[in-house]
Write a new protein. Structure first.
Length: 528
């Protein structure tokens, strides 16, 4: 078994992605999470570039990582300067991180046309920078920027640059596909050539501009690389970096002969992926391999039927091996197998007539614009109604919403609801920031006395989609609401030509589901 080092650069390279920004607290929290999972190296940033990165390394000096080696990142010294007096070199040493990554130019083109120094001066910049940091007692990792493009342009000079770093004390040479334009076969061939040229361990750092960063990373490992660099969820500049989630999962579960992290850590990859998304305030990628919400979601009736018999028929690894879960979606493409898989009561599962009735209702409602994939609570209520086990917790009589402008020009939204709760008629008014907020407030006022547990419930997301945009202003609107309490998260859906009515339907379903769930009356559970 060959041990593969996992080097994370989410906090530095990943933060260069459009729309990605980490606070100091975010960076420390993510570093602790990566450390907890046993990552080998965590690159925290470039200390010369900003005060936040200086503070990051200061925080880790006071409370060091337990497993990973914190790594500061920087460039070679400036042209025609002394390494010892160069501000960048001084900042790297002052960070006092156990490891330092220095990036230098490999491509003759970049040396002469971008950096605009002589080829000899570039070699001196590499050698002196690596040597200075190495002599300070730090482990030095050398990132050979534009390695693959540079080798293809002038292999002799590219070899000289990485040899200069190796001879000056670098512990590993990392080959960077900086433009993300190389193919796996090129990566493999040049990784072997680089390893032969320097005689020390080789690592790989790939960008995803051709969407083969993960494949390129795996090709380099097969060719001898012992360290992989990348980011969680593949975030990063332009099209991003190699996604370490997929790299780790493939090395641990699909490839043979490699040791990476630990089985327990691999089982937490979904948790890690979503933690970084949440910390960065980014949406999950539903179709992200291994860890996306749709990675093990099955919709077609034939697929679901097969998965119910043998999961491996349509799943290449068990979802739990990466901490994910199987999801069975209900839609107009469903068969009885989809419906059965959502049921928990055996007597319902065995009722073929009921299954056909539910399926027909789903198909009919989806034809009207409904979609139950993100609205399992609405589906649960539909099942109860088809099975004639549904017991309404309140009766809707009417509602009214009014948006007005006060004398100061401020908009005021007011909702009135009239309900029957038991034998009592309740008529309440609520105000809110908008129609949905006002309706929610009025509903809660009308129900709170009878159902005090409603105070636990929160609306956490509200999404609107035009179903048939060709109808213009008369188009149907689909509203999906996500709600949560202290125990679960659930989704509901409403469809109407009127956005307020669609919102009302979804909102009532959300509250109905909460009340039924608390009464343990729901035959199937929503996703938690």
């Amino acid at each position: 078994m060959r041990r593969i080092q996992i080097y994370d650069t989410t906090l530095r390279d990943g933060s260069q992605g459009e729309g990605v920004s980490f606070s100091l607290h975010d960076k420390i929290a993510i570093a602790r999470k990566l450390d907890d999972l046993g990552f080998d190296y965590i690159e925290g940033g470039y200390p010369l570039s900003n005060e936040k990165d200086v503070e990051f390394f200061a925080a880790l000096r006071n409370d060091p990582l337990r497993n990973a080696r914190a790594t500061a990142f920087g460039m070679t010294r400036r042209r025609d300067a002394d390494a010892a007096s160069d501000p960048g070199m001084q900042a790297l040493v002052a960070a006092e991180s156990p490891a330092v990554t220095i990036v230098g130019k490999t491509s003759e083109f970049h040396v002469t046309d971008v950096l605009r120094v002589s080829l000899e001066e570039n070699l001196a910049m590499i050698s002196e920078s690596v040597g200075f940091v190495h002599n300070s007692g730090r482990e030095v990792i050398y990132d050979a920027e534009h390695f693959f493009d540079g080798w293809k342009l002038n292999p002799e000079y590219a070899a000289k640059t990485i040899k200069a770093a190796a001879e000056a004390g670098a512990s590993i040479i990392v080959l960077c596909d900086t433009n993300g334009g190389s193919m796996p076969e090129e990566i493999a061939e040049l990784t072997r050539a680089a390893e032969k040229a320097v005689g020390i361990p080789i690592g790989i750092h790939c960008h995803n501009d051709c969407e083969v960063a993960v494949a390129n990373t795996l090709a380099a490992v097969d060719a001898g690389a012992v360290q992989v660099q990348g980011t969680i969820n593949g975030i990063g500049e332009r099209c991003g970096n190699a996604d370490l989630i997929s790299v780790i999962a493939n090395l641990a579960l699909k490839k043979h002969g490699y040791e990476v992290l630990s089985p327990a850590a691999v089982e937490r990859l979904t948790e890690l992926s979503r933690y970084v998304y949440e910390t960065a305030n980014m949406h999950y990628r539903n179709g992200q391999p291994f860890v996306g919400p749709s990675a093990f979601a099955h919709k077609g009736g034939m697929h679901v039927h097969a998965v119910n018999r043998a999961a491996s028929s349509y799943e290449h690894v068990p979802p739990e091996s990466v901490g994910n879960e199987r999801r069975i979606l209900v839609s107009e493409l469903s068969g009885r197998s989809n419906i059965i898989s959502k049921m928990t009561q055996d007597e319902m599962k065995n009722d073929r007539v009921l299954m056909d009735s539910i399926l027909a209702k789903v198909v009919s409602m989806e034809n009207e614009g409904y979609q139950f994939e993100a609205a399992e609570a609405s589906f649960d209520l539909l099942v109860q109604k088809c099975a004639k086990t549904y017991e309404a917790q309140f009766e809707r009589i009417k509602y009214h919403v009014e948006v007005a402008c006060d004398p100061d020009g401020e908009h005021v939204t007011e909702a009135t609801v009239k309900l029957r709760v038991g034998d009592e008629i309740r008529h309440e008014v609520g105000e809110g920031d908008g129609p949905v907020n006002a309706l929610d407030a009025a509903l809660r006022k009308a129900l709170a006395e009878t159902y005090p547990h409603l105070a636990e419930m929160q609306l956490v997301d509200y999404r609107v989609r035009v179903v048939n945009s060709e109808a213009g202003t008369a188009a149907r609107i689909r509203v999906t609401i996500e709600s949560k309490d202290d125990h679960a998260v659930w989704g509901t859906v409403g469809v109407s030509e009127n956005i307020i009515e669609a919102s009302w339907i979804a909102l009532v379903d959300a509250i109905e589901y909460k009340l039924l769930k608390d009464n343990a009356a729901s035959p199937v559970g929503a996703s938690t």
